[in-house]
Design a protein around this ligand. Structure first.
Ligand SMILES: Nc1nc2c(c(=O)[nH]1)N[C@H]1C(S)=C(S)[C@@H](COP(=O)(O)OP(=O)(O)OC[C@H]3O[C@@H](n4cnc5c(=O)[nH]c(N)nc54)[C@H](O)[C@@H]3O)O[C@H]1N2
Ligand SMILES: Nc1nc2c(c(=O)[nH]1)N[C@H]1C(S)=C(S)[C@@H](COP(=O)(O)OP(=O)(O)OC[C@H]3O[C@@H](n4cnc5c(=O)[nH]c(N)nc54)[C@H](O)[C@@H]3O)O[C@H]1N2
Ligand SMILES: [Mo]
Length: 766
């Protein structure tokens, strides 16, 4: 009987839950206070033990026999199981060798990725603390999530506060009359929040706005980017062309005199430069609705009507993060800010500009007023870094220089890659190229609970525990609860906590006591909690009481907050931290960099791959590689819920009935999606929820490559990143541009290659 089980509180990036052992099974039930628990919880039970786990430390046979060095065999070779003592000696020895021979600047510890929820066992914090203790490493900056916009917003609004402290949901639910959503606010995404979400509130807030009479406009290639129960008006838009649409809306406001002159004069700088571009005085092309229709496919009459509606209602211009995860991704964000500025509602409740509502549960949930318990990471004396998505360029082209936000930087010469808590062979673009890049270093070390594609590309794989196998503190900076994440299962096989692995390595490398401070897991949890309580949360109970209670409320409710209300109230006393102190519709700083791919004001710049490019004659479909509905990235892809969505064991790819019929394809077919960079198989879902000319394939199917005759890789499981282009958004931000790519699709005939992504690996005896 489930009620006789011993339920323990726990948490994940997709929500708080309780888990219990039931014989050899794990049972999971959502937190009772969560009004809309995530379906992703359905991946947890079956995926935690056995299947696809790494059970022992593994060393690639070639590396063990021939020693460190570049090796194209990385990714396809046999592993040998070794003892922990042997594995740790090898890792410590190799770290020492590389440091002695090449210095700490030859170690890449950027190690990007989501890992698991939990403040102490947070994999990124652990590896950074460890490598800092050792003397430093080359780091990565920024994220795949927001590569273009964080940097752009610092130039345009003087900070990235929009991302941390946007207008909160209660205010939107009460005041917004018109939600104009570029890229939507997909319900699938609001399951997730870095660190966790104990109360998923976004669907209810949107429904509340709808009940009050708010209207929703969805600009997207896909109709389910806004929930059906909001009765959205779906306006399909060619992927990658939203900037033209936003500029045309701004153009109508200016042409018809319905923009807010006072707001622009008082709160903005650079209107004249932007105006000259909008009206065509700089390039001969007024950014009219018919001009935008030609580019985007959105009818000019719709745009003219909408611009007037926007000016006469309390309007939120909402741009999803996905729009900036594409070439020239800075432009739709900047154009969105400019449009909202012309509407003059920035700083008013429910009006203005939003970015990322519907990306994560915490956007608009409001930040806590105090910091969370945090593992100190130490400091890194190595100055070198890369923008995170330039990983393959760095490994392939040491010594080469490139542009980044006004700087000219040089790629370091990396000999050792250390990854803990991320899956670049899921998240990075052009995986054939990434495999070439991973052949270059002397040594690749990966900590992983699972047999991921990244672990497969390592020389040494150290098996980590999952969160269910350890104790932790669960919390997010914009959530209501601190959760006592209690261990439910014994560690699988010989897997160990990342912390314990690093402690033993630090011991071997001579800084054991500094790293561990003499504490075990419980010692750290108690210390982190009590230090936090002492500094920031005197009202909280002692650790033992918190742990026994299982959770601690951090606040009563979502705060009410309006973005830039203070600036609006007094722009002279509370200026923005831009050079002008105002919202920059034109940035002399950016213009001064002279980047052809990011000029000084919002601009329509044709991407290399879209429906309008010459290449589209040969590759006529735009692939939308968005974030997956059935899991968090690649995590627990072998879980029950994720597997239930697969079509003939492959990741589902959705396309419009006309595109399917034109290719003789039927629902349920296994298709091959291809371009010049590679190909993948997927299971076809035919639906009119996707606009014609688009194929949608989410990220995160575990990479399962087979070589092809032309030297590119084919993923038989459906990882879209074998197709995407490995290029920065622009020279300003060098963000990930993986969302959009030109492809074509054909039925895959012939014997179907089996999906082996979750199988055991070839493993030899030592
Ligand atoms: N084409 C395309 N590509 C994209 C995107 C896109 O839109 N389009 N989106 C991008 C975005 S926004 C992001 S954020 C990235 C996400 O990319 P990642 O964050 O790299 O993806 P995850 O699958 O979450 O990888 C986390 C890994 O950590 C492992 N892990 C979990 N817990 C632990 C632990 O305690 N210890 C250790 N050592 N490991 C652990 C998991 O098993 C998993 O393999 O993908 C990006 N890639
Ligand atoms: N379930 C689930 N939720 C997640 C994640 C996950 O892996 N799984 N990942 C989390 C992470 S790390 C992040 S960064 C956020 C990402 O948040 P986003 O980047 O906003 O999410 P995506 O799903 O990639 O894209 C949202 C939608 O944008 C639309 N879109 C794509 N290109 C265009 C375009 O050119 N124009 C228009 N108008 N629309 C376009 C697509 O139809 C897509 O469904 O999601 C988070 N939430
Ligand atoms: Mo992300």
């Amino acid at each position: 009987m489930p009620d006789e089980l011993s339920w323990r509180p726990h948490s994940s990036h997709w929500g708080a839950f309780a888990a219990a052992r039931d014989g050899s099974l794990v049972r999971v039930r959502p937190h009772p206070g969560d009004p809309q628990p995530s379906p992703l919880l359905g991946n947890v039970a079956g995926a935690s033990q056995r299947t696809a786990r790494v059970g022992r430390p593994l060393v690639r046979r070639g590396w063990l026999e021939r020693g460190p060095g570049p090796d194209p065999a990385r990714g396809g070779a046999e592993f040998v199981a070794v003892s922990w003592a042997e594995a740790l000696d090898l890792v410590a020895g190799e770290l020492s060798r590389v440091r002695a021979a090449h210095g700490p600047g030859a170690i890449f510890g950027g190690s990007y990725g989501w890992g698991s929820a939990g403040r102490f066992h947070h994999a990124q914090s652990q590896v950074h603390r460890f490598l800092n203790g050792l003397g430093g490493y080359v780091r990565s900056v920024e994220t795949y999530s927001l590569g273009a916009s964080r940097i752009l917003l610092r130039h345009v609004l003087g900070s990235d506060e929009l991302l941390e402290q946007p207008t909160t949901w209660p205010v939107l639910a009460e005041h917004t009359e018109l939600f104009v959503c570029f890229g939507g606010m997909p319900a699938k995404n609001t399951s997730v929040n870095a660190g966790g979400a104990s109360r998923h509130q976004v669907p209810d807030r949107l429904r509340a706005a709808h009940r009050r009479g708010a209207r929703f406009i969805l600009f997207s290639p896909i109709s389910d980017d806004l929930a059906d129960d909001l009765d959205p008006v779906w306006q399909p838009v060619r992927p990658g062309t939203d900037t033209a649409v936003l500029l045309a809306l701004a153009y109508v406001l200016v042409r018809d005199g319905s923009y807010d002159r006072d707001f622009v004069a008082r709160y903005c700088a650079g209107f004249d430069e932007f105006h000259r571009y909008l009206t065509g005085r700089t390039d001969g092309q007024p950014k009219t609705p018919s001009w935008a229709e030609e580019i985007s496919g959105v009818p000019a009459s719709f745009l003219t009507g909408l611009a007037h509606e926007m000016a006469s209602h309390r309007t939120l211009v909402s741009v999803s993060w996905s729009l900036q995860r594409a070439r020239h991704g800075e432009q739709p964000v900047w154009a969105g800010v400019a449009l909202a500025a012309l509407l003059g509602q920035i700083g008013l409740p429910g009006g203005g500009f939003g970015h990322g509502y519907g990306a994560v549960a915490g956007a608009g949930a409001g930040r806590l007023e105090f910091p969370l318990p945090t593992l100190p990471q130490g400091s890194n004396p190595v100055p070198e870094f890369i923008p995170v998505a330039r990983i393959a360029d760095m490994l392939l082209h040491p010594g080469t220089s490139y542009d980044f936000d006004g700087h000219r930087l040089t790629y370091p010469d990396i000999r050792l890659v250390y990854w803990c808590g991320g899956n670049p062979f899921h998240h990075h673009q052009d995986l054939t190229r990434l495999r070439r890049a991973f052949a270059r270093p002397d040594t690749v070390i990966v900590h992983e609970p699972f047999r991921t594609a990244t672990a497969r590309h390592a020389d040494i794989v150290l098996p980590s525990t999952t969160t269910l196998e350890r104790n932790d503190l669960g919390a997010a900076g914009n959530d209501d609860l601190l959760i006592a994440m209690r261990q439910v299962l014994a560690p699988f096989g010989q897997s160990r906590n990342d912390y314990d692995i690093f402690t033993d390595l630090a011991e071997r490398l001579g800084f054991g006591p500094e790293f561990s401070q003499g504490r075990d897991e419980t010692g750290w949890l108690r210390a982190l909690y009590e230090q936090w309580r002492g500094r920031h949360a005197g009202w909280a109970p002692a650790f033992e009481d918190f742990w026994a209670a299982g959770e601690l409320p951090l606040r009563a409710d979502t705060p009410r907050r309006t973005f830039l209300a203070g600036y609006r109230a007094d722009p002279d006393r509370a200026p923005l931290r831009t050079p002008s102190g105002r919202i920059e519709l034109y940035s002399a700083t950016i213009a001064g960099y002279g980047y052809d791919d990011c000029p000084g004001h919002p601009s329509w710049l044709e991407p290399e791959e879209w429906h309008g490019s010459a290449k589209a004659a040969r590759l006529p479909l735009v692939l939308v590689a968005n974030n997956p509905a059935s899991r968090l990235h690649s995590q627990l892809d072998h879980g029950e819920y994720s597997r239930s969505t697969k079509v003939r064991g492959r990741e589902p790819a959705r396309m419009h009935p006309d595109d399917a019929a034109g290719r003789g394809l039927r629902d349920g077919d296994v298709i091959r999606i291809f371009n010049d960079r590679g190909s993948c198989l997927a299971g076809l879902v035919v639906t009119d929820r996707v606009m014609p000319g688009v194929v949608q394939l989410s990220t995160g199917a575990w990479f399962d490559p087979v070589p092809t005759a032309d030297g590119t890789l084919m993923c038989v499981h459906g990882n879209p990143n074998v197709l995407t282009r490995d290029i920065g958004t622009s020279r300003l931000t060098q963000g990930c541009a993986g969302q959009l790519t030109l492809v074509d699709v054909a039925r895959f005939d012939g014997p179907l290659p089996p999906v082996r992504a979750f199988d055991e690996w070839p493993e030899g005896a030592p």
